[in-house]
Every structure is written in structure tokens, then in C-alpha cells.
Design a protein around this ligand. Structure first.
Ligand code: FES
Length: 233
């Protein structure tokens, strides 16, 4: 078990959790978090927001019982972290756009630290959060509140586009960029149970059959994903 340093509400129902310890993890990878006994049964997969000497951070939104439980933890409380899991985003030393929608902004803080030449696009439905923090680590930050952050994106400028957010936003990014030179990478959020590829709860319908978001992803080239079949789920 690890010890909480802080658990700060940065917007309505959105929390930045800081946990003590030296943890591994690449951009776009996630940990399974657990702070309870037998119920709720499943640990919660949450992507890495930031990690540095002596601490790791997770940005999460309260969706149900597990995240609700985590949101009530206080500094000094214990939490279980298993991971890192998943493949993560590639490191690309060319022109990169990172597009986050809502809580989907989470992986792009650490990503911008690793690739500070990237342009970061943050889309919020209502209340923006942590924008100043992103501006400290990214060369260029574009913020959209209440509209479509994708409308701000000129796809022809980029060699790679990373997207994390609502399924419709990832599909729309793929459609917008599919005739450009940019490779589009999407991070798919799926319900997870084991987190290590054993239970198949997190299946993603791909062009060549099903894959597992936890073990084969959560990051996929958008060309791999069968969005039409996924949209029907
Ligand atoms: Fe079990 Fe992905 S969560 S296979």
C-alpha cells in the first residue's frame, strides 16, 4: 500500500490525487487503483497524469462507487496501486498535437513534459481546470470551453495526433485527419476488470478482430479501430 500526499478537487467532481513513492510508467499508461476491501469488486484503471521523484499523480473524475470512494481519501490514508499497465503513446520527435476532451486531458500533462514541442488542445464542456499547469509544461496550449476543440485543429500541420476523450471526439479526429500525413493515435477508455489481458472485459473491435484495451492498448492507431462497429456498442 502507498500513502496519499493530497487529493485535491480541481473542478466539480474532478480530483488530482498525489501518492508518495517512486513509480514507473510511460505516457498513456495506467495504474489500477484500489482503496477498499472486497466491494466494489473491481479496481479502477486511471491513467498517469504525472510522475516525478518521490510521487505519482492521477487526475480522475468521480463516476461511480470506486472513484467516489477514492475521492473521499485524505492525506495520510493508504491506497493500493498496481501497474503500470498498457502500451502508452509513442515518443515522436516531430510535430505533434495532443487533444484531450474533459477528463481525457489527463495523459497529456506528463506527455507534454516528455515532448515539450507538442501543441496541446484542451476541450472542456463547462469549467476549465489545470490550464495554468499545462501552460507551464507545453509550448502551446489551446483551450476551448463549451465548443468543439477539434475545430481549432489544422490537421495538415502535424505528423502525429494523440487523442483522449469521448469516443465521438476520437472518431471525429480520425475522420478529420484520415487524408492528412498525420498518424492518429487514440486512447480508448473501456471498462476493465483484470487489467492484464486475462478476462476480455475490455474488448475493442478492430479491423482485424478484437483486441484488449488493457494489454494491446489503451493506445491504438486510429486506423486499427473499427469505429463503426464500436459506435454500435
Ligand atoms: Fe481484463 Fe482487459 S481488463 S482483459
Amino acid at each position: 500500500m502507498s500513502i496519499l500526499i493530497s487529493n485535491r478537487e480541481v473542478a466539480n467532481n474532478v480530483y488530482l490525487l498525489t501518492v508518495e513513492g517512486n513509480y514507473q510508467g510511460a505516457i498513456g499508461q495506467f495504474y489500477m487503483l484500489r482503496a477498499w476491501g472486497n466491494y466494489p469488486v473491481l479496481s479502477r484503471p486511471i491513467s498517469i497524469f504525472n510522475r516525478e521523484e518521490g510521487k505519482i499523480q492521477f487526475l480522475y473524475k468521480v463516476f461511480g462507487e470506486g472513484t467516489g470512494f477514492i475521492s473521499r481519501l485524505k492525506p495520510g490514508d493508504e491506497i493500493g496501486l498496481e501497474g503500470p499497465f498498457g502500451n502508452g503513446f509513442p515518443h515522436i520527435e516531430r510535430k505533434v498535437a495532443m487533444i484531450g476532451g474533459g477528463i481525457g486531458i489527463a495523459p497529456f500533462y506528463y506527455a507534454a513534459k516528455q515532448m515539450p514541442w507538442a501543441d496541446v488542445y484542451l476541450g472542456f464542456g463547462q469549467e476549465p481546470y489545470l490550464v495554468d499547469e499545462y501552460k507551464e509544461v507545453a509550448a502551446n496550449v489551446v483551450v476551448n470551453v463549451g465548443g468543439r476543440v477539434l475545430d481549432e485543429l489544422d490537421v495538415d500541420v502535424y505528423d502525429a495526433i494523440f487523442v483522449c476523450g469521448p469516443h465521438g471526439m476520437m472518431h471525429a479526429t480520425y475522420e478529420k485527419a484520415k487524408f492528412s500525413k498525420a498518424d492518429v493515435y487514440v486512447s480508448l477508455e473501456k471498462r476493465m476488470a483484470c487489467g492484464v489481458g486475462a478476462c476480455l472485459v475490455c474488448s475493442v473491435i478492430c479491423q482485424n478482430g478484437n483486441k484488449r484495451a488493457c494489454a494491446d492498448g489503451p493506445v491504438f492507431l486510429a486506423t486499427e479501430v473499427n469505429f463503426d462497429a464500436e459506435n454500435g456498442l
